[in-house]
Every structure is written in structure tokens, then in C-alpha cells.
Design a protein around this ligand. Structure first.
Ligand SMILES: [Zn+2]
Length: 163
């Protein structure tokens, strides 16, 4: 299947799990960002990283879904969370691979793979190839980039219909 990289986010489209993953516009993003705390803004919009062992979701062991703090797109399930010992919430696979975009990040003299929300482009963290089976991937997240919804609660989708 050919991938059209030029305008792939222009039209609204749905992921395999049924969510609208069309890229939201700048105005919509600004509207959603009004709801963020200073720390959430620093991480999601300015690509910051929270301090290790300080995030509020690190030790969360409840069953449920972790959604994007900015737009509400589900990003990870509790069943894929594992204790990495790094001090950041870690997962071995995403809720839906289409919900996350990967971007090469050469900051700080390292080559890393940044992960962002596919829909709002908010910065989430990084993914490393040293995770546990079955994927071998370690998605390293900032708690402040996510909101947790216990089993049975559907994360509200904050994007306007038709965006
Ligand atoms: Zn998002």
C-alpha cells in the first residue's frame, strides 16, 4: 500500500479502532490548549520532559485507558503497562498504532524516536527498542501528556465533529 506523505492528514479519517485521527488544525489545538496546566503545556506543546519518578501516573495500576491529555485520543491500555524502572510510565504497545506518530529526534546529541499524538501532534515521550516481549518496544511517557480513564469510562473526544 502506498503511503501518501504529502497531505495524509488533510481529510478526516478513522483508525482501525474507530477513532477520528484526522490531524486537527492550529486554531483547534489552541482552543484545547487553554485547558492545560503550565506543566502539561510545557510537555505537550514545548516538547518538555517531566522529572523521573515525579509523574502522577507512574505507579497507577488500575485497569483502564490512557488518553491524550490534549485531545482525548486513547493512547495506551493498562494491560500494556510495565514497570521499566526508568521513572516514567512505560508501555510495550500502543492502544492503536495509528494513534501515535513517530518522529526522529536528534536533540541532546542522541538519536531517539519521539512519539506524538497522531491527531493533535502533542508531544508524548519517546519509544526505545529495549522493551519486553511480545513487542520489544518501550514507549516511555510523560504522565502529564496523558489522562487516565478507569475501565468502563470512555475518554471524551474533545475534537469538534468534522475536524
Ligand atoms: Zn492528542
Amino acid at each position: 500500500m502506498a503511503i501518501n506523505t504529502s497531505r495524509r492528514d488533510a481529510a478526516p479519517r478513522r483508525s482501525a479502532s474507530g477513532y477520528d485521527v484526522g490531524r486537527i488544525g492550529a486554531a483547534e489545538r489552541d482552543r484545547l490548549a487553554k485547558d492545560l496546566s503550565e506543566e502539561e503545556r510545557r510537555i505537550l506543546l514545548e516538547h518538555g520532559t517531566e522529572r523521573a519518578f515525579c509523574g502522577t501516573l507512574l505507579h497507577n495500576k488500575e485497569e483502564g485507558v490512557y488518553a491524550c491529555r490534549l485531545c482525548g485520543l486513547p493512547l495506551f491500555r493498562s494491560g500494556a503497562k510495565f514497570e521499566s524502572g526508568t521513572g516514567w510510565p512505560s508501555f510495550f504497545q500502543p492502544f492503536d498504532p495509528e494513534h501515535i506518530s513517530e518522529v526522529r529526534d536528534n536533540s541532546y546529541g542522541m538519536t531517539r524516536t519521539e512519539i506524538r499524538c497522531r491527531r493533535c501532534d502533542g508531544h508524548l515521550g519517546h519509544v526505545f527498542p529495549d522493551g519486553p516481549p511480545p513487542t520489544g518496544q518501550r514507549y516511555c511517557l510523560n504522565s502529564a501528556a496523558m489522562a487516565f480513564f478507569p475501565e468502563g469510562q470512555e475518554p471524551p473526544q474533545k475534537v469538534a465533529a468534522g475536524q
